[in-house]
Structures are given as C-alpha cells and as structure tokens.
Design a protein around this ligand. Structure first.
Ligand code: NDP
Length: 453
C-alpha cells in the first residue's frame, strides 16, 4: 500500500473507531484507486477521496413504538446521506438487530460506487434500524414503520433522498413506510422505490437484484464462451435476492442446489425446481417460516444447522460451478473461499453486499476465477429502482419486457465498464478494480466540477 493510502486508512480508523465494516469497504476501494490517484493529482489535491469517505449528512433518531402487549419499545433509526454529486441520495433501508452506524456507512459508501456504475443519475445513501421484524405481528411492524417515518419524512423526498428495501424491508414494510410518508406530507410522490404495483411500483423491481446477479454471471461466462446452461450453483440466503437468483437461473438452464437462512442451510442435490421455488416464496414471504421446513417437505433434501462459531460455512463446501452469495456481508471467509475453489467453483457473482472477506477476495483474484463484486453484480436492484423513479416522473408504467430489457442492457454495460476500466488501469480481468475505479471516476469528476461543497 502506498504512503498516501496507508495514511488515509489510518485517518479513517482514527476518525471512525469501532466501524470495522466501514474500514473494510474503504480499504478495498483505496487499494483499487492507488494507480488512479497517482496518475491524477487533481483528485488528490481536491481531497476527493477524503470527501467521499465523509458522509454529507447522518441522521440518527429515536423510534418509540408500542408492542401488542401494550409495552413501549425503543429502537434507533438512521439515514446516512453519503454522496449527492451525481443525483439525489438513493439506497435501501435495513431492519435487522445487527444494524449500527458502521454497517450503514459501509453500505452507503458501496452504494455511491454502485449507483454510479449503473450510469443513472443517482447518488448514494443507506439507512435502517436495529428493529427485528422477525417474530413481530403485522400490526407491530406497521406501528414501528409509522414511528420510523414520523422522523424520516422531513429528510427525504423524490428530489432529495429516495429509500428502498434491503434486509428485513420488503413490500410489506415499504407499504407502511410510504403510507405514513404520504399522510404526513399530503402528497403522492415517488419517494420510495420497491413500491406495490398498484401504487407506483415498477414491474421487475422485486426480481431485479437476483436477475441482475445472474445476468452479470452470464456476461462473465460469455468472456470464456460459456453459458449458465447445466451449471450447478450454490446460493446463500432465502430472501428476495436468493429467490429471484434461482428464478433466473432456472430460465437460463442452471441448477440451484442450496438455500439458507441465519439458522442453517438446505442442500438439494436434485435441484430447486420451479415448484420448490414457489414453496420457498410462500414459506419466506407469506408464512415467514424457516428454511429448515424445506427439508421436511422435500425429504431428499438435507438440512444442516449453521454454527456461526465454526471456522467455515458448510454451505460453501459442495461440488459446484458457480456461487451466488445472497444473504449478508462477510459470509465467505478465506476458508470458505478455499473450499469453493477446491470444489470447482470458478464463477462467483455477489448478490449480497460485501459477502466475501478481503482474504477470500484476494484468493479469487489470485486464482483468476470470474469474480463479480457486489457493487457491480448486484447493481440490478438499484438500477430498476432508478427506472421506477423515471416511470414515476413520467407517470407512465412500462411493461415487464421493457423493464427487463433495460435491466439486461444496464448489467451488460456495467460488465463492459468493469472489463474496459480494469484493462485500461493495468489489471485485466480484475472486476474489483474495474468496479471501484469505474464507479469512482464519474463521482469524482462531478465533485471537481461542483467545487468544494
Ligand atoms: P432479505 O431480508 O429478503 O433476505 C435476507 C436473507 O439473508 C434471509 O434468508 C436471512 O435469513 C439471511 N441473513 C440475513 N442476515 C444474516 C446473517 N447475519 N447471517 C446469515 N443469514 C443472514 O434481504 P435481501 O434478499 O433483500 O438482501 C440480501 C443481501 O442482498 C443483503 O446483503 C443486501 O444488502 C443485498 N442487496 C439487496 C438488494 C435488494 O434489492 N433487496 C439490492 C442489492 C443488494 P434470516 O431470515 O434468518 O435472517
């Protein structure tokens, strides 16, 4: 690491203590940018990177609500408005007990680069709460969402900041949040994406992140004149991203054999077909059950509980060609990465944000497998959110085919940018450098144009 990068990282750690995920995300970007900053002194003298790692604004607020027993509960709400150089802040809300400021800053930072890569005019942000929707009644979730919005509404708007979903925030939560925003503001606007189809949502938005991760894998395979046809795929998670990753894999002839949640995973050697996928959607989106029940329903599938203290995750230790980590950050450590390689995996397309830890990423790059980092591979979700904003502005919904076609074009273009930029900056085939530099340049140039603000 150069002196400049080393000094920058020590400042980041000093100014943002106890935020390891944020340090990790910044470190990866700084490593990719070393050559760019050497060639372009204007970014150094304009302190572009130093400004990009400092959120433009962070809002932290109390979220009190009353549970079904009549007891008062108190959660903490956040919105990190990271960078608006190329458009209004845009990024999801996460409701999960692990949520803290450092995690949201890492996600917001990643979002800035990802949104830039989509080529749409959207800045980066992220938010959420340490509230856990698991095990809560619909009424409790509604009361929480309304209280959350009672503060957030004054900070967001269709030209300012447009939140969407993430872990723990799906169609139900967005409905309650949007309803309360509308009541408080007395206006019907495209302030959220991921909305219901009857009230301003876009077709293909629920599918977009998973579909996009699969399109990105297809593009990577095409560089070797291969396709997903007949490829065995490992998928983690069983939420929005995982479900639609499997749906698109089925369309393209791939075979998905695993799914997980935070308790354990299932391995179905026969493959998760359309009927089984429908079962999973009902299990997770309607009944809100656990993935263990899959093995009760399909007795040939094997369920294994996951012990978070083990030195590896057995889900990543099966023979396969491709992996689509689609649960959460840091779910593939160095041992898991080595297991994936030993089992023949040579395509990793990250549906989740930062699921592979730095040592794992280094292994994938060293072994020259097709490794699509989340910033690029999972950008389909925010890309279709951007398309939802366009449809809302036009007050004109597009067909499913139209949105899907645009999603495919955007994923193709992101792939092309990664390849072209990686080559131009001396690391051909390195999608991590391609995505980090590609995302950086547009935002950095916009910041230079707009002066020191
Ligand atoms: P969901 O809430 O729909 O599903 C999350 C899944 O991951 C669940 O199966 C959940 O299991 C599992 N999971 C969550 N946290 C953990 C954990 N700490 N350990 C193990 N498993 C865990 O979320 P999404 O599918 O929307 O998001 C998945 C990933 O994709 C996240 O990293 C998110 O940031 C990223 N992403 C999502 C986008 C979107 O459009 N939704 C866009 C781009 C990225 P359990 O139910 O047990 O918690």
């Amino acid at each position: 690491m150069s002196d400049y990068a080393g000094e920058l990282m020590s400042q980041v750690k000093k100014k943002n203590p106890s935020e390891p995920e944020f340090h990790q995300a910044v470190h990866e970007v700084v490593e990719s940018l070393v050559h760019v900053l050497d060639k372009h002194p204007e970014y150094r003298s304009g302190k572009i990177l130093e400004r990009m790692i400092e959120p433009e604004r962070v809002i932290i607020f109390r979220v009190p609500w009353v549970d079904d027993q009549g007891d008062v509960q108190v959660n903490r709400g956040y919105r990190v408005e990271m960078n608006s150089a190329i458009g209004p802040y845009k990024g999801g809300l996460r409701f999960h007990p692990s949520v803290n400021l450092g995690i949201l800053k890492f996600l917001a930072f990643e979002q800035v680069f990802k949104n830039s890569l989509t080529s749409l005019p959207i800045g980066g942000g992220k938010g959420g709460s340490d509230f856990d929707p698991k095990g809560k009644s619909d009424n409790e979730v509604m009361r929480f969402c309304q209280s959350f919005m009672n503060e957030l509404f004054r900070h967001i708007g269709p030209d300012t900041d447009i939140p969407a979903g993430d872990i723990g925030v799906g169609g139900r939560e967005i409905g309650y949040l949007f309803g309360q925003y509308k009541k408080l503001r007395n206006e019907f606007t495209g302030v959220f994406t991921g909305k219901g189809l009857n009230w301003g949502g876009s077709l293909i938005r629920p599918e977009a992140t998973g579909y996009g991760a699969v399109y990105f894998a297809s593009e990577m395979l095409a560089t070797r004149n291969e396709s997903l046809e007949g490829k065995v795929c490992l998928i983690s998670g069983s939420g929005n991203v995982a479900q639609y990753t499997i749906e698109k894999l089925l369309d393209l002839g791939g075979k998905a054999v695993t799914l997980s949640d935070s308790s354990g995973y299932i391995y179905d050697e026969q493959g998760i077909d359309r009927e089984k996928l429908e079962y999973v959607k009902h299990l997770k989106n309607v009944r809100r059950g656990r993935i263990k029940e899959y093995a009760d329903k399909y007795s040939h599938a094997v369920y294994t509980s996951i012990d978070q203290n083990e030195d590896h995750n057995p889900l990543w230790d099966h023979k396969a060609d491709c992996a689509f980590p689609s649960a959460t950050e840091n779910e593939i450590d160095e041992n898991d990465a080595q297991n994936l390689l030993n089992n023949g995996v040579y395509v990793v397309s990250e549906g989740a944000n930062m699921p592979t830890m730095p040592d794992g990423v280094n292994l994938f790059i060293q072994e020259k497998i097709l490794f699509g980092p989340g910033k690029a591979a999972n950008a389909g979700g925010v890309a279709v959110s951007g398309l939802e904003m366009t449809q809302n502005s036009q007050r004109l919904p597009w067909t499913r085919e139209e949105v899907d076609k645009r999603l495919q074009l955007i994923m193709k273009s992101i792939h092309h940018t990664c390849i072209e930029i990686a080559e131009r900056f001396g690391s051909p085939g390195n999608y991590v450098n391609g995505a980090n530099i590609g995302g950086f340049l547009k935002v950095a140039n916009a910041m230079l144009d707009q002066g020191v603000v």
